[in-house]
Design a protein around this ligand. Structure first.
Ligand SMILES: *[C@@H]1O[C@H](CO)[C@@H](O)[C@H](O)[C@H]1NC(C)=O
Ligand SMILES: *[C@@H]1O[C@H](CO)[C@@H](O)[C@H](O)[C@H]1NC(C)=O
Length: 244
C-alpha cells in the first residue's frame, strides 16, 4: 500500500526559543514528509486556530499530537510555555484577531512529496514544496517539466511566499522563471489555476516600471533587485517547480 510508505517528520526550528528538533518515524524510502514550521510573531496576529486544548510538557510533544491521525485534521498548533497548554487545530490566516493564547509558540504544517528532489522551504507564515532546476529552459518547457513532476511553476500569492523565491534566486544568482504569465498583456495569471494575482501582490512583486513590453508574456525574477520582470518566454531560464 502506498499509504503505508509514508514518513512523518516534525521539523521545528523555533529560533526565538533556541529549540531545534527533528523527529522522523516510519519506514525508509518513503516520500511524504509532514513538516512543521514556525509561524512568526509578525504573522501570529492573523492566526486563528480552531480545535481542542490539552496540556503537554513540551512544544515537541504538542507537535507530535498534531501529527497523530487521532487528531486529524491538524494543520497547526500553539504551545503556551507558561501554562503548558497545547492547542491543536487548523491554521487560518484570516482577518487579524487578538489571540487569547499569548506568549505562544505557533507551528503550521505542510505535507511535501519529497521524491525527485523536492524539499520544503519556509519563510514567515509560508511554506512550499519546491524543486529548483539546475538547467535553463524556455518558460513553456519549464512549466511542462513541473507538470511532469505533478506540479507547476512556483506561485507566490503572499509576500512571505515571495520571500521564499527571493532566497532561492539570490542563491542561484540568475534570472529565474516562476509561475506567472499572460496570454493577453497585461492580464497576468498564475499558471496553476489561471487566477489573477491580487492588485496588492502584483504591485508588491514587480520591479519598478514593470511589467513593461507587451510582447514579453512570461515572468522571471531578477537576481539583483529580487523583484519580478516580464520577459521573452522563449529565452531559457532556470526555474522553480512547486507541488501542492
Ligand atoms: C490590499 O490593498 C488594499 C488597498 O491598498 C488594502 O486596503 C488592503 O489591506 C490590502 N490587503 C492586503 C492583504 O495587503
Ligand atoms: C524571443 O527570444 C527568441 C529566442 O532567443 C528570439 O528568437 C525571438 O526573436 C525573441 N522575441 C522577441 C520579441 O524579442
Amino acid at each position: 500500500m502506498a499509504a503505508a510508505r509514508s514518513v512523518t517528520a516534525v521539523l521545528l526550528c523555533f529560533l526565538t526559543d533556541l529549540l531545534l528538533g527533528l523527529l522522523i518515524s516510519s519506514s525508509t524510502g518513503a516520500t511524504n514528509i509532514k513538516t512543521f514550521y514556525q509561524v512568526t510573531s509578525s504573522s501570529q496576529n492573523g492566526v486563528q486556530l480552531t480545535g481542542r486544548q490539552l496540556t503537554r510538557r513540551s512544544v515537541l510533544e504538542c507537535a507530535n499530537l498534531c501529527l497523530s491521525p487521532l487528531n486529524s485534521p491538524c494543520s497547526g498548533f500553539a504551545f503556551v510555555k507558561t501554562s503548558s497548554l497545547c492547542k491543536l487545530g487548523e491554521m487560518d490566516y484570516g482577518s487579524p484577531v487578538t489571540h487569547p493564547l499569548d506568549h505562544s509558540v505557533y507551528g503550521a504544517s505542510i505535507v511535501c512529496d519529497a521524491s525527485s528532489g523536492f524539499e520544503v522551504r519556509t519563510h514567515g507564515s509560508a511554506a512550499a514544496c519546491l524543486w529548483i532546476s539546475t538547467t535553463a529552459l524556455s518558460f513553456e518547457n519549464a512549466e511542462n517539466t513541473c507538470v511532469g513532476f505533478g506540479g507547476h511553476l512556483m506561485t507566490t500569492r503572499s509576500p512571505d511566499k515571495f520571500s521564499i523565491l527571493q532566497e532561492i534566486v539570490k542563491d542561484l544568482n540568475e534570472n529565474t522563471w516562476f509561475g506567472l504569465s499572460t496570454s493577453a498583456f497585461p492580464d497576468f495569471r498564475w499558471v496553476d489555476d489561471l487566477s489573477k494575482p491580487t492588485q496588492n501582490i502584483s504591485e508588491y512583486i514587480f520591479d519598478t516600471n514593470q511589467p513593461d513590453f507587451d510582447w514579453d508574456h512570461c515572468v522571471e525574477m531578477f537576481p539583483w533587485s529580487l523583484k519580478a520582470n516580464n520577459y521573452n518566454c522563449s529565452v531559457p531560464r532556470k526555474f522553480v517547480c512547486e507541488r501542492k
